[in-house]
Design a protein around this ligand. Structure first.
Ligand code: TRP
Ligand code: ZN
Length: 876
């Protein structure tokens, strides 16, 4: 294979030809599907006539004609990545026919088979594996698609839009023709064919349009679609109310497939979902899964406007649709659930995973300048940091103005393929904001670091706050410029415990306000501050930055108890615990006896005594920072010390507050019928956090409670939590039979088996790696199924830090073996699963060497562009 070359944003040129209409006919066959394509081509007015480039990969061309005339061999050129036609009239019809083999498609991009059914995944560049086409998002066409299949094997034949014709054919074949009147890029094309059953419902839009809603699944999953359907209807109503966006076809379909590279895909009128992102049942899915399904159903639905009606000019603009749509789904989920908990969950995930990405060798701006393989850029930076940027914009201009900006954006660009600047320009136009400095958020990679200092002037009743920003160098970007960083804050009076009035430059800003950091260093002088305050900074995580302030532990305990911002109350607790963990990590490394910080114990005692009605928030406040987040804070990661320190804190709190935890557990036990309501979810979370603490000290009563909770078999949240606690404890006598019973009971359900795999390979005991190897041979495991790879290999490498980072290098070796095999089967998944190895700079020298040598071993292979790009960046 030749060395893959990068593509640059600066090389963008509009397409030479438009496709105004696309007609497709699929004659389905696992080994030899024939695809006929008729493209209605029109020369772009600003480009000279002549050549046309069509992308195509792994296609066998069987015929090609222009305006009905077969092309002679010297009139076109076929290569491994496409087809060039040397001369074309200004407007013409191009007919091609190709043959493809869906059954051999293990990459799960293009047309492939999942179980017995045919399905497609075209984003980002999968359509070129179906037919020759200008496979780029700025070519938008209406589609008419005829699907021909075997009436017995594929009774259901689906594509985008509305069904317009169907009929029987000879030899037991039949067909359906679909029409999609909305011009779309080919990455939104979809086809599904198989033996599927549906659940049907309906929605009436705000203008009175009747929409049929269908969820298509395998017959045995018909009882697992209620939650997705209810979520879809909520999302449709919410988009009308919050953004004035209405659905635009008579039919909206969701299909669940078992083999899928990502969560789900927003194909026009025919969303295709990983079954894990759509199917739920109280007995098989946890609360977290219910919430994830709600969020993803909404996300894909929201793409109908932010992505489909208005799409991306090129893939460098990916965050235009993804960042905005994540922001939209986050806002939706916050409104239909508990908003503070939603924000805490988002931020704790973001600060762990996106910060790590920003600090590693694949760090990139939200709008990258170049890429080798676009499939590698469906990242936390594009999605989650992109959403944080949109959130900052929304907060900067205010809710109503943001709505006017989004209305302008959707109306001005409807049916077009546009850029991130176009979006920001709409927001600037309606608000008067100068977007120049703000746009640096899109072009500059890395996490800005803010050092804050404050001092209270007793004589003058003034508080001086100094903020300094810097963004560390990232690959290809040694020097960074100052960003525009909105910082929401309050000053909490140490006497009153209340937010004080904020007066800045003579202006009264109220008691909770946003200040704007634009320079490298800036001073803010608050006057008329009647008592000494503790500053509460970056409330609600108002910008995606790291902010440090020299808080004392007393300050943090104070904020934990008094901050009016729920998010910062939680964050103060995290900061306090992290300070204690720092000491314990040092003690562990120095072989000194560990001593628990009494201030942390007292702060937790206060929390446990509090009579809060938001149980979900309390559960979050009682949860210790994850090993991964603790590692994020350390200059050099010592996995063993982190594990030991965290375990020590957990056990100390459990010992000191045993009765309080037990009381919480008992008070939140319930045998009410399961419902995924915020109240019930909060209650279960709180109860289960308490049980985790108690089990950590192997409290006999708690062990019996865990066993009873498992056996009560009330709902998957409780069952899985109890089973995990038993399996992660040293009580093999209880864990082994429970694990066996669970595995047998659910051997028919792949989504439950995923959980069964994950919870075993994340146990901290030293046999975890042997279990991974053993479970890779289990009949329910397959490297060809991405969910299984994530459940077993991904969970082990990402969540079992002490075992993955074993000093004998066996964890790294196992991961590299899997990457090498997946590189051949499914490059997109291979390039994702390799991530933990690319973070080698963060570890001690011995581990660095071991990790690098595994990356070197991978590099020796003939690599897909996906894995090539990641491994080369990691070793650069
Ligand atoms: N656009 C999809 C989403 O975020 C993402 C997606 C689904 C995807 N499948 C993919 C991206 C395959 C790349 C490859 O909603
Ligand atoms: Zn998306």
């Amino acid at each position: 294979m030749s060395e893959p070359q990068p593509i640059h944003l600066s090389d963008y040129r509009p397409p030479a030809y438009r496709v105004t209409h696309t007609e497709l006919t699929f004659d389905l066959d696992p080994a030899a599907t024939r695809v006929k394509a008729r493209l209605h081509l029109e020369r772009h007015p600003e480009r000279e006539a002549g050549e046309l480039w069509l992308d195509g990969e792994a296609l066998t061309l069987t015929s090609i004609a222009v305006d009905g005339q077969a092309l002679a061999e010297d009139e076109y050129e076929v290569s491994a990545d496409g087809l060039r036609i040397k001369r074309l009239p200004d407007a013409c019809l191009l007919d091609t026919e190709v043959e493809i083999a869906p059954k051999d498609n293990t990459a799960l991009a293009g047309l492939y088979q999942s179980g017995g059914m045919f399905c497609t995944q075209c984003e980002a560049e999968g359509f070129r594996r179906i037919t020759y086409y200008p496979d780029r998002p700025d070519v938008m066409a209406t589609f008419s698609t005829t699907v021909i299949g075997d009436a017995g094997r594929e009774p259901v034949l689906l594509s985008n839009g509305n069904p317009v014709e169907k009929g029987e054919l000879p030899n037991g074949r039949h067909f359906v023709t679909w029409d999609d009147p909305h011009p779309k890029p080919c990455y939104l094309f979809a086809l599904v064919a198989g033996d599927l059953s549906k659940v049907e419902d309906a929605f009436t839009t705000m203008s009175g349009r009747h929409v049929t809603l269908q969820i298509w699944v395998e017959a045995e999953n018909l009882d697992k679609t209620d939650h997705a359907m209810a979520s879809l209807k909520r999302a449709m109503r919410w988009d009308e109310e919050a953004y004035g966006r209405e659905y635009d076809l008579d039919l909206f379909m969701i299909v669940a497939v078992n083999d899928f590279n990502m969560g789900a895909m927003e194909n026009k009128g025919l969303n295709i979902f990983n079954s894990a992102a759509v199917l739920t049942h109280p007995n098989t899915a946890t609360d977290a899964a219910f919430q994830r399904v709600e969020g993803i159903v909404a996300h894909e639905y929201f793409h109908n406007w932010s992505g489909n009606r208005v799409t991306c000019r090129d893939w460098f603009q990916l965050s235009l649709k993804e960042g905005f749509t994540v922001f939209r789904d986050q806002t939706f989920s916050a409104e239909v659930n508990s908003a503070p908990v939603k924000r805490i969950e988002e931020v704790s995930f973001f600060r762990t995973a996106q910060f790590a990405e920003d600090a590693g060798p694949t760090a990139h701006p939200v709008r990258p300048d170049s890429y080798i393989e676009i499939g590698n850029f469906y990242t936390l930076t594009i999605y989650e940091k992109g959403a944080e940027i949109v959130r900052m914009l929304a907060n900067l201009v205010g809710e109503e103005t943001f709505r006017r900006g989004s209305d302008l954006y959707f109306s001005r660009f409807d049916g077009q393929a546009v850029t991130i600047e176009d979006f920001v320009a709409c927001m600037a136009e309606v608000s008067g904001l100068d977007p120049t400095q703000f746009l640096r958020w899109y072009s500059q990679a890395g996490t800005p670091e803010i050092d804050a200092f404050g001092e209270y002037d007793y004589a003058n009743g003034a508080y001086r706050l100094i903020l300094r920003q810097r963004t560390p160098a990232t690959p290809g970007q040694p020097d960074k410029q100052a960003l525009h960083i909105p910082i929401r804050l309050g000053l909490v009076g140490t006497k009153s415990g209340r937010d004080l009035r904020l007066t800045l430059d003579g202006e009264d800003l109220g008691r909770d306000a946003v200040i704007h950091l634009r320079e490298d260093e800036q001073e803010f002088l608050f006057t008329d501050v009647e008592e000494a305050p503790v500053p509460s900074l970056l409330r609600g995580f108002s910008a995606p930055v790291k902010l440090s302030f020299p808080y004392s532990r007393e300050d943090l305990a104070f904020l934990m108890a008094h901050d009016s911002d729920g998010f910062n109350r939680w964050d103060a607790g995290q900061r306090l615990t992290l300070l204690a963990l720092d000491d314990l990590i040092a003690a562990h490394r120095n072989g000194v006896e560990k001593v628990m910080d009494a201030r942390v114990v007292e702060a937790f005692r206060v929390l446990l005594a509090e009579n809060t009605d938001d149980k979900a928030v309390l559960a979050e406040m009682l949860s210790l920072p994850s090993e991964a987040y603790i590692a994020e804070q350390q200059p050099l990661v010592d996995v063993d010390a982190i594990f030991a320190a965290r375990t020590f804190v957990k056990q100390s709190l459990a010992q000191e507050l045993r009765d309080e935890f037990m009381a919480i557990y008992r008070a939140n036990q319930s045998d009410a019928e399961y419902a995924p309501t915020p109240e019930q979810i909060g209650e279960r979370a709180l109860k289960n956090v308490a049980l985790s603490y108690l089990i950590s000290i192997e409290d006999e009563e708690a062990v019996a409670l865990a066993q009873a909770q498992f056996e009560a078999d009330h709902n998957m949240t409780d069952v899985r939590h109890a089973l995990t606690l038993l399996v992660h404890s040293s009580r093999a006598d209880l864990a082994d039979p429970a694990l066996r019973a669970f595995g047998q009971k659910w051997s028919h359900d792949p989504l439950v088996m995923d959980q069964w795999f994950s919870l075993q390979v994340t146990r901290p005991q030293s046999d975890a790696l042997d279990r991974v190897r053993y479970l890779m041979e289990h009949p329910a495991f397959s490297l060809k199924n991405p969910n299984k790879v994530r459940a077993l290999i991904g969970a082990f490498a990402g969540q079992n830090r002490v075992n993955f980072h074993r000093l004998d290098g066996e964890g790294y070796r196992l991961l590299a073996d899997v990457v090498i095999e997946l590189n051949r089967l499914n490059p997109e998944i291979a390039a994702r699963i390799v991530t933990p190895l690319t973070r080698w700079q963060r570890f001690d020298e011995a581990r660095q060497e071991l990790m690098k040598s595994e990356l070197e071993r991978i590099r020796q292979e003939p690599l897909s562009p996906n894995v090539y790009e990641i491994v080369h960046k990691a070793l650069a």
